[in-house]
Structures are given as structure tokens and as C-alpha cells.
Design a protein around this ligand. Structure first.
Ligand SMILES: [Zn+2]
Length: 166
């Protein structure tokens, strides 16, 4: 299997980060259409027709709509404008006591209750897909993982207009 195919499969399985995508996968002069191919494969897998701009993780996408750029899940559920923090649009389950942790961790790996450690599980409110998990100290702010500069990405890396501005 070629490296290219492996990387595209990793992207689709959600194992490839934005940084890897941008730094390692896309800048290949031999295959300038690689990102577009990937984007089209992702587009076929989701339940909506508005154009995917970039994947945010394996379940979330920046999408161009008539109402501007938004975050959508695979099922089409909308998690607010792209500029917002999509985590605030999720259903969240917080695990912080020992029995809740024990459901996930083997006994000798259960985080010490004294650590004030929380697992925050972020779910799609519509289809209940687990979208992301934060392991953070209690009281830690709910931060979004990154903020892609979509226009710069398309213009500088892909040398084209973003699909929602064509
Ligand atoms: Zn969903």
C-alpha cells in the first residue's frame, strides 16, 4: 500500500491530525489533487450536501452554508458557527469520581480522586456519537482544539478559492 493511500485512510479514520494533514500530506507536488480527493471521499460519507471545507476531527467538519461557515457532525447536526467553540454545542458527560473512572480505567490505573481530574466526554446531541474527550483538571476551561484558517489554507496551500466562495 502506498504511503499516500495510508495517509488518506488515516485521515478518514480520524487518525490524522490537522497538522499532519497540512504539513505532511498536502504539500506533495506529485499529487496536487490529493486534498480534493480526500474531501470528496469525506463528502460522500456525511449526511449533508453543503461543501466540507476541512475536517476538524473524525466526526466534525467545517462546512460552508448559506448562513456562513458552520461546524457540522457526520449526521448533519450543526454545532454553531465555525468561529464559536463547537464543544459548547455538545452534550457533555463529566466523569470525576472513582466509580465513573472505573468504567473506563483498569483499577490500578484509575486516576487518584485527589487529582481533581475530570474526563469530559462530548457527544452529538442528535445521534449521540462520541465526538471528543478531554482529560483535564477540574475547572479547566472548555477549549476548542484548533481554529483552522480556511481561506489561507485554500489560497496558500491549495492555490484555489475555498469551495464555499466559488
Ligand atoms: Zn450527530
Amino acid at each position: 500500500m502506498s504511503t499516500d493511500t495510508t495517509q488518506i485512510e488515516k485521515l478518514i479514520d480520524g487518525e490524522l491530525s490537522w497538522e499532519e494533514l497540512r504539513n505532511d500530506v498536502l504539500p506533495d507536488p506529485k499529487d496536487p489533487d490529493r486534498f480534493e480527493t480526500t474531501r470528496q471521499i469525506l463528502q460522500e460519507k456525511v449526511e449533508f450536501d453543503e461543501p466540507i471545507l476541512v475536517p476538524l476531527n473524525d466526526h466534525l467538519f467545517a462546512v460552508g452554508t448559506e448562513d456562513g461557515r458552520v461546524v457540522k457532525g457526520e449526521c448533519g447536526h450543526e454545532f454553531g458557527p465555525l468561529a464559536d467553540n463547537w464543544k459548547e454545542y455538545c452534550k457533555v458527560r463529566v466523569r470525576e469520581d472513582e466509580s465513573e473512572m472505573r468504567e473506563l480505567y483498569p483499577e490500578n490505573m484509575t486516576p487518584e480522586p485527589d487529582w481533581q481530574f475530570q474526563l469530559r466526554e462530548f457527544f452529538c446531541p442528535e445521534c449521540f456519537t462520541l465526538i471528543d474527550v478531554d482529560a483535564v483538571p477540574a475547572g479547566y476551561p472548555v477549549l476548542k482544539p484548533f481554529d483552522p484558517d480556511i481561506d489561507a489554507f485554500y489560497e496558500e496551500w491549495e492555490d484555489r478559492t475555498p469551495p464555499d466562495r466559488e
